[in-house]
Design a protein around this ligand. Structure first.
Ligand code: ADP
Length: 243
């Protein structure tokens, strides 16, 4: 019995070590890539004194890569806090109609920019016990993705309803969808469907992993339904809607 438990523990420990090493390798890769670009273009600017037009192009790339680094560091910091369990969930009673209108307002510029429609549906008089800052972070992250991975002119929807004691959030888009083979890994840190640096979209690949951690920290669940070229549906269920 005991030998068996020790064996299981050793296997778990090895697994954790491997996971940690992979995570560290991903971080250094993700940090190094933008730095390589920044250094490369800064060198050209310094040594070759290129014409104005090229200078602007290089500086734009440098600023883009610095922004990417900034996002990455922000997300890593967030994950570090979650890993240390040093972040607290401050649950309070949230009036969802007020809360969801605010979410809608915050997303309007991004929606308008892509000429999209945003349908928000919710039952009246819904309250949820959750951390409002974290809930906003969860929803904005998922809705940002829904906008980012959809075509101009398409539709994004947010439905919120109560079912028995639980509150459901459904975030839906008709965007590019997620291939079946990627779905099992999509909440993993740094996992992206489009892996190449040439990908036109996408941030750090940490967003969904942070969302999942925040959902779990509330004792809630998140599931994904998606079909390539058809769209994606993320559903969050807050089961026991109490303090
Ligand atoms: P990223 O910063 O790359 O958006 P996320 O962790 O938020 O990272 O998402 C991981 C990957 O999941 C994305 O790179 C993208 O390939 C895929 N993805 C996430 N949301 C959607 C969506 N609504 N539609 C299609 N693909 C999505």
């Amino acid at each position: 019995e005991l030998a068996k438990s020790i064996e299981t523990l050793a296997t778990d420990l090895n697994y954790l070590k491997r996971e940690r090493n992979e995570f560290l390798a991903s971080i250094s890769h993700e940090l190094r890539t933008p730095l390589t670009y920044i250094k490369g273009y800064a060198d050209i600017l310094l040594k070759r004194n290129p014409p104005q037009e090229e200078r602007e192009k290089y500086l734009t790339i440098i600023v883009t890569e610095i922004n990417r680094l900034n996002l990455l560091i922000k997300d890593l910091f967030e994950l570090a806090k979650i890993d240390k369990n040093s972040f607290v969930i401050n649950k309070e009673k949230i009036d969802l109609s007020i809360f969801l209108k605010e979410i809608e307002r915050k997303l309007t510029p991004a929606i308008n920019e892509k000429n999209m429609n945003f349908n928000v549906h919710f039952q009246n008089n819904l309250n949820l016990f959750a951390d409002p800052i974290r809930l906003e972070q969860i929803l904005l992250n998922l809705l940002d993705n829904a906008i980012k991975y959809s075509k101009t002119g398409s539709l994004v929807a947010l439905d919120v309803w109560k079912e028995k004691k639980s509150i459901h959030f459904l975030i839906k888009d008709n965007g590019k969808g997620i291939p079946e083979k990627d779905i099992p890994y999509i909440f993993n840190r740094f996992y992206r469907v489009e892996k190449s640096r040439k990908r036109s979209l996408g941030g750090t690949g940490l967003g969904l992993s942070i969302v999942q951690e925040l959902v779990h920290a509330h004792g809630a669940e998140i599931t994904l339904n998606s079909k390539e070229q058809m769209g994606s549906e993320f559903e969050i269920i807050f089961k026991e809607n109490e303090k």
